[in-house]
Write a protein that binds this ligand. Structure first.
Ligand code: KG4
Ligand code: ZN
Length: 347
């Protein structure tokens, strides 16, 4: 079965083809980062228009890469939510239209389910059930994953998502958008012990997160300390130290909640996915904690941490395979997009 996957929920147009026998046979990605960087964040209308420009050429390139024509496809999977409504609608309209034209099935994919399943694209992959930490620009979720589509949210963020906190902190320090990888880079030159950043919600029971206080703490620290700097070099060191302390606080909070959830659920595998899972320090910390607390962490390879079409094609293939042996889900063939969509509704 060969499934074309379309991802257009935010600022990346991702098109891929997953073959259930050969694996991933095409993977095309166009990032709009340069377009939005000048505004310091994603401009939704510009994102939609750029998806319109790029989506068809990328589908053609993906078919060429796989040596296939559209007729060879067995189905289309597209991200139907959550995300920016205009951006989602581009993928939904194109996905549905291609499916109609080919008289093939189309399946709506939840963007976070795509992230959650991405580590299953790797050779060393987890088996169900597992615990999943989903950390992206819009979400911070701890999910008990019992099987495909069987998801229970154990923890959520009460305010900013982890990626959003990285992006806002980066903006405050004058780093480019999206800031996560720039903070991570700068943090390598910083002293993560210079300031003691708070660890929000750690002293309370439960598995929820809160990151907006960290953002305020960063701002106050920066404003208090920058006026004391006597040279550009000192100012640059201050930025690096703040980046390192901020990153340590986020990683410490995320990883300790993972350990708490592992103990609570007695699950033995932890899948970490979404853009922030590309963070090397987070990966190293969870590797160490995995050895100490006897769970195995699984990460997607770095290019499948951030948004991509491969995870959507793969999720679509799993869902279509699953439906072959079951009653197909009701499909009115409508073109729909869900800016908000609870992962638990898939169950
Ligand atoms: O999953 P993703 O590509 O898009 C959403 O679904 O939101 O995640 C993007 C987020 C951004 O906030 C970005 O700053 C963050 O992932 N990110 C990182 C790193 N690479 C990307 N955060 C921390 N460290 C990184 N290396
Ligand atoms: Zn994402």
């Amino acid at each position: 079965m060969k499934i074309l996957g379309i991802e257009s929920s935010c600022d990346e147009t991702g098109i891929a083809i997953y073959d259930t026998e050969q694996g991933l046979i095409a993977d095309q990605l166009y990032s709009q980062i340069a377009l939005h960087a000048q505004y310091g964040g994603v401009v939704p209308e510009l994102a939609s228009r750029d998806h319109v420009r790029k989506i068809v050429p990328l589908i053609e390139q993906a078919c060429e890469e796989a040596g296939l024509s559209l007729d060879d496809l067995d189905g289309i999977a597209y991200t139907a939510g959550p995300g920016l409504i205009g951006a989602l609608l581009v993928g939904a309209c194109v996905g549905r239209s291609v499916a109609w034209a080919l008289d093939k099935p189309a399946v709506e994919i939840h963007h976070m389910e795509g992230h959650l399943l991405a580590p299953l694209l790797e050779d060393d992959k987890p088996e169900f059930p597992f615990l999943s930490l989903l950390v992206s620009g819009g979400h911070t979720l701890l999910v008990d994953v019992q099987g495909l589509g069987d998801y229970q949210i154990l923890g959520d963020t009460l305010d900013d998502a982890a990626g959003e906190a990285f992006d806002k902190t980066a903006k405050l320090l004058g780093l480019p958008y999206p800031g996560g990888r720039h903070i991570a880079e700068l943090a390598t030159q910083g002293d993560d012990q210079r300031f003691q950043f708070p660890r929000p919600m750690m002293n309370r029971p439960g598995l929820d997160f809160s990151f907006s206080g960290l953002k305020t703490f960063t701002r106050v620290t920066w404003e208090n300390e920058v006026s004391l700097c006597q040279s550009d070099a000192e100012k640059q060191q201050l930025k690096a130290d703040i980046a390192a302390c901020f990153q340590l606080a986020v990683i410490d909070t995320l990883s300790k909640k993972c350990v708490r959830a592992i103990k609570q659920t007695t699950l033995k595998s932890l899948v970490i996915a979404g853009g922030v899972s590309a963070n090397v320090s987070l990966r190293e910390t969870l590797d160490k904690l995995g050895q100490k607390h006897r769970f195995k962490p699984y990460f997607p390879s770095p290019k499948y941490c951030t948004d991509n079409g491969a995870m959507i094609a793969f999720a679509g293939a799993l869902r279509m395979q699953h439906e072959q042996g079951n009653e197909p889900a009701a499909d009115d063939q409508g073109i729909r997009a869900f800016p908000r969509w609870n992962l638990e509704q898939l169950s």
